[in-house]
Structures are given as C-alpha cells and as structure tokens.
Ligand binder design. Structure first.
Ligand code: HEM
Length: 377
C-alpha cells in the first residue's frame, strides 16, 4: 500500500464500500458507519481470528497465548479490567516529567546539527524507553529491548521468532523477580491485579507485554512521524501552533484522523449477517479500514482538509467499542511532549526533500515512514 491510499479509499467508498475480494476470500469495508457498526458488535464480528480459523496443527505450533486484542467477551472483559487496574490514567499522567526529560535528552543531541531523522533520533526510541521504564526494565537493558522490538516487527521471520523467544525468557525472569520482591512498576501492578478472584496467568502476562512492546511502540513512532509529515505539508498549521500551543492536542487528533497509524483491523464473522446490503457468511474475514472511515465525507466535512481545530473529530484511529486502545492516553501524551518540545526549541522545521518518503514495510495495517530527515533553524 502506498503513502497515498486516500484516492483509492474514496473511490471504494463511492463504488464498492463493502467489497468482497474473491481471490483471498476477504471482505473490505470502507465507510465510517459500517466500520463503527462492526467494531460495536463483537458478538457477530469476533476478534478471535486465529482461534477460529487456524488449523489444529497451527494451534499446536502457537508460541503465545492470545492477548486481549485477540479475545472476545467474557474473557476479554476479565483480562481488560485486570490490565486497566494497572494502567490507570494517573499512572500515565505521572510520566509527564520523565517523558519530557527523555525527549529533551534526544533533542539536545541534535540541536547543534540543525538536522535530524525524526524516526531514528526521537520517534522510534521514545516509546520503547517509556514502555520499558513503565514495565520496570532496568535501564542497562534498554538496548536489548530496542533490538528485540525492532527484530519482531521486521519481516525476517526466523529472526523475529528467535527475538520473541529471547524477550519472553528475559521478561519471565523479571516477572519472577517482581513476584518475590514487588516494586512500583507495571509488572508488579499486573501481578497484583485481580478480578473475580482471578489473576493473569504467566502466558497472559507475556502476551500482554508483547502487545505493549510491539503494537504500542510502532504505532506511537508513526503518530509522531505522521504529525511531522502533516505539518510539513501544511506550514500554516505550524504557524498557528506556535501562536497558540493549546491547539496541539486537537492537532494530534487531526493527525490521527488524517494519517491514521493503524489503517485497518480484522474481524471474523461468528454467524451469517448482512452489512451494507451484502450477505456475509459465518466464518469469513472482514476488514474495517480505519484509514478510509476517517476520511469519510458522510462523517467529516471536507475530509481531505487537514484542520487542526476540527470539531467534532470522532475518528476511529484508536478503534471503537470494547477494544478501544488501552494506550491512547500514553501515546497522546508522548506525541504532545515530543511535538511540543520540538516546536518550542526549533525554529523553522523543514522536511529534507532530498530523501523521498518510503513506507514502512511492516504488515500493511501500519502506516508510517522508514526515515524522516528534517532540517531546522
Ligand atoms: C488496541 C491503535 C498506541 C495498547 C488498539 C486498537 C487500535 C489501536 C486501533 C483497537 C484494535 C482492535 O479493535 O482490534 C493505536 C494507535 C496508537 C496506539 C493508533 C498510537 C498512536 C498504543 C500504546 C499502547 C497500546 C502506546 C500501550 C502502551 C493497546 C492495547 C490494545 C490496543 C493493549 C488492546 C485493547 C483491547 O483489545 O481491549 N490500539 N494504539 N496502544 N492498544 Fe493501541
């Protein structure tokens, strides 16, 4: 998928908003209303895609337990409330000074050079460090984490599996240490959390860590990168933000809508159903395209206009319904601190056009660029 899928989305919304790809036996859904109705109906559109479609052989080979992302109620509800007990808005808000410190350390390193790669020099390391610290990973092991999460999202399958195993082993050891001697960190809080007399099993803990480390990081990196691309394309937005820094939160919401870091989700039908006048059989894969729903003219007036004071802005970038992103407050905070500090410390910011933008190669759901060199005065 290219860096500009938006004209294609528009033509799909106009001509085939609910489209069946016969070759891959996959339904694609492009309108806001249809996408949100799928996400609102987990009983019909299940998140247990692997469990429902994998062969017995594939199930035997699975190395991890499903995380909350891939579970339906009632198990989803139980696990999610365990997780949200440990991951409260206060835990996140308390991170603000530390996130500022990390961002400023990274900006200090480049400030005299007048240039940086937004991805490598800030947007990539920031969420990895924040989540590693939140979990309670010792500082000296941070580089290991960067290496593992990098390898896991790469498309190098063998290496990715190996990195996943190493990370699990490491996290198992840290979990054992925290079980014996709890600290004020997320691993200890997850160990203590209990709902209806139940705790997270070791396998559930490990898949939750994996979800935080992989899904949470890549997406936040792309949010920060995509914001810089939007600002570069719309210099007037930067001018307004400099004059009125309190517009930044709304601007980040608009980036989430306009260049959504997650472009599509996947569900599987549990029964025969209908959507947009089409009959969908039980057991079929259905993909709501968030990136298209967020540009739907029926929901957003002038959807292709980047408007940092757009209101209302009920985008679906963090999903919708019972699986709404647990990390939304954290990624919003990281983006606010990173972009706010850049605006405060840098003069004119320009993308270095000698380097054409290249999309990340990761699974086509994620939307962002590999490298984003900029110059600043
Ligand atoms: C779920 C997007 C950052 C943790 C989701 C979903 C989306 C999403 C679309 C719903 C998936 C579905 O319904 O199938 C994003 C975006 C992010 C971001 C765009 C950054 C800009 C994070 C971060 C964390 C995180 C930083 C954690 C540190 C989670 C978890 C879920 C989730 C645990 C599963 C919730 C559930 O199944 O109940 N995210 N995410 N996300 N996200 Fe995020």
């Amino acid at each position: 998928m290219s860096l500009d899928p938006f004209p294609w989305y528009r033509s799909m919304r106009e001509s085939q908003p609910v489209y069946f790809d016969t070759e891959n036996q996959f339904w694609h859904v492009f309108k806001y209303e249809d996408a949100s109705s799928i996400l609102n109906d987990p009983a019909t559109f299940s998140s247990e895609v692997f469990q429902r479609l994998a062969t017995e052989e594939e199930k035997k080979q699975a190395t991890a337990e499903p995380s909350i992302l891939n579970l339906d109620p009632p198990r989803h509800r139980q696990l999610r409330s365990l997780v949200t007990q440990a991951f409260t808005p206060r835990t996140v808000a308390n991170l603000t000074p530390r996130i500022s410190e990390i961002v400023n350390e990274y900006l200090d390193r480049v400030i005299d050079q007048g240039r940086m790669d937004i991805i490598a020099d800030l947007a990539y390391p920031l969420p990895v460090i924040v989540i590693a610290e939140l979990l309670g990973i010792p500082t000296q092991d941070r580089d290991l984490f960067k290496h593992w999460s990098d390898t896991i999202v790469s498309l190098r399958r063998e290496e990715a599996i190996q990195a996943g195993r190493e990370m699990n082993e490491y996290l198992k050891q840290v979990t054992e240490q925290r079980r014996k001697a709890p600290r004020d960190d997320l691993i200890s809080k997850l160990l203590a959390a209990e709902v209806e007399g139940q705790k997270l099993s070791e396998g559930e803990l490990l898949s939750f860590y994996g979800l935080l480390l992989v899904a949470g990081n890549e997406t936040t990196t792309n949010l920060i990168g995509n914001a810089i691309i939007c600002f570069d394309e719309h210099p007037e937005a930067i001018e307004r933000l400099r004059a009125q820094p309190d517009l930044l939160s709304g601007a980040i919401e608009e980036v989430l809508r306009y260049r959504s870091p997650v472009q599509r989700l996947v569900r599987v039908t549990t029964t025969d159903t209908t959507l947009g006048g089409h009959k969908i059989k039980a057991g079929q894969l259905v993909s709501p395209w968030l990136g298209s729903a967020n540009r739907d003219e029926a929901q957003f007036p002038n959807p292709d206009t980047f408007d940092i004071s757009r209101a209302p802005n009920r985008h679906l970038a963090f999903g919708h319904g019972i699986h709404f992103c647990v990390g939304a407050p954290l990624s919003r905070l990281e983006a606010r601190v990173a972009l706010g500090s850049m605006l405060a410390r840098f003069g004119e910011i320009k993308r270095d056009r000698a380097h054409p933008l290249e999309r990340i190669p990761a699974a086509s759901a994620f939307f962002g660029v590999q490298k984003l060199p900029i110059t600043f005065s």
